[in-house]
Design a protein around this ligand. Structure first.
Ligand SMILES: *Cc1c(COP(=O)(O)O)cnc(C)c1O
Length: 335
């Protein structure tokens, strides 16, 4: 297992600078008032694929030898990793196959195809898709790209370089977690650029595998039932776990109901349509207001690919009904 270092991040930044514009980080007074903190929203939802993962995809494709790259790449995913690899393969002219489960979100399948990738819809779960991807890799001599490679973490880390460059004295940065590449990247960069900034991870309590793996100090399997596609993983990933060990200030679990409320708050108070995973950091502040009151915090809006199906649920998200509100006054949440 190769652990990326800050030099890898700076190298990735040169590459990313050639292909992507830095994303904005903005604050909104009404959101600050609701969350009772100075909140900076890092807008990864405005990336060309609608999520931060594109930074990893471009970094990994650019690191491949041009001859090798001609043989193509294959990845497995239900969503934003798929779009990231498909986009990067398109950018570098590499053939690309994405293995997805049979019942994958039709909008995401459409987006992946639109970047020119071949989609293999087979198997009930992502794990079966992973097996299919491995088979394609052998049959066609394509490089298999996993969800937690060192170059992906280095690429994703460029997001945190942008954050700390524009705001060097943050008290905390809150990062939504699935496999953990994003939060590993945050830890890596904070250690070099902002050692006093607390890196806080957040995951849905309905899919707590990364949290449990961090707590127990070894990768474990957990139930995986969250509504937030970007956070829906059932196991811990070794590379990010290794990087965050001893570096993470806190790891918060939030309810899916609080994520929906946060999504609505982003819409009404920050003019931002985020997918559920993209609102998890705001859900962390809603759920544990005391931990962040009065502080300067960055919340990573990791993605904006909300499906048409979830939009009515976002608009109907009810501040009064759900249990997480025992910790947050209703007036504060809906101010
Ligand atoms: C993948 C993803 C995450 C989780 O990132 P990891 O690096 O897998 O922890 C969070 N939000 C969105 C929108 C994602 O696509």
């Amino acid at each position: 297992m190769r652990i990326p270092n800050f030099t890898d991040v700076l190298r990735a930044r040169r590459v990313i600078g050639q292909h992507l514009t830095p994303t904005p980080m903005w604050s909104y007074p009404v959101l600050d008032a609701s969350l009772r903190a100075k909140v900076y929203v890092k807008h990864e939802n405005v990336q060309p694929t609608g999520a931060f993962k594109i930074r990893g995809g471009i970094t990994i494709l650019s690191s491949m030898d041009a001859e090798y790259r001609k043989h193509g790449v294959v990845a497995y995913s239900t969503g934003n990793h798929a779009q990231s690899i498909a986009y990067a393969a398109h950018l570098f002219g590499a053939p690309c196959v994405i293995a997805m489960p049979e019942r994958a979100n039709a909008e995401k399948v459409r987006a992946v195809r639109a970047w020119g990738a071949e989609v293999l819809l087979e198997g009930a779960t992502v794990d079966e898709a992973a097996t299919n991807a491995a088979r394609v890799s052998v049959e066609r001599g394509m490089r298999l790209i996993h969800a937690d490679e060192a170059d992906l973490v280095a690429g994703v880390a460029t997001c945190y370089v942008e954050i700390f460059e524009s705001m060097p004295d943050l008290d905390a940065v809150i990062v939504p977690v699935g496999s953990g590449t994003g939060v590993a990247a945050a830890c890596l960069v904070a250690a070099s650029m902002a050692p006093k900034c607390r890196v806080v991870a957040v995951q849905s309590e309905a899919s707590p595998a990364a949290h449990e793996s961090w707590r127990l100090g070894k990768c474990v399997t957990q139930s995986n039932r969250t509504i937030a596609e970007g956070l829906a993983t059932g196991r811990g990933y070794a590379l990010p776990q290794e990087i965050i060990r001893g570096k993470l200030a806190d790891f918060i679990l939030v309810s899916d109901a609080s994520i929906r409320c946060a999504q609505r708050l982003m819409l009404t108070h920050a003019h931002t349509l985020s997918e559920s995973a993209g609102s998890a950091a705001v859900a962390a502040v809603l759920s544990y207001p005391e931990d962040f009151a009065g502080q300067r915090i960055a919340v990573v809006c990791s993605g904006g690919n909300a499906s048409e199906r979830e939009m009515p649920e976002v608009l109907c998200a009810d501040f009064k009904r759900e249990s997480f509100e025992r910790t947050v006054p209703i007036a504060a949440a809906s101010a």
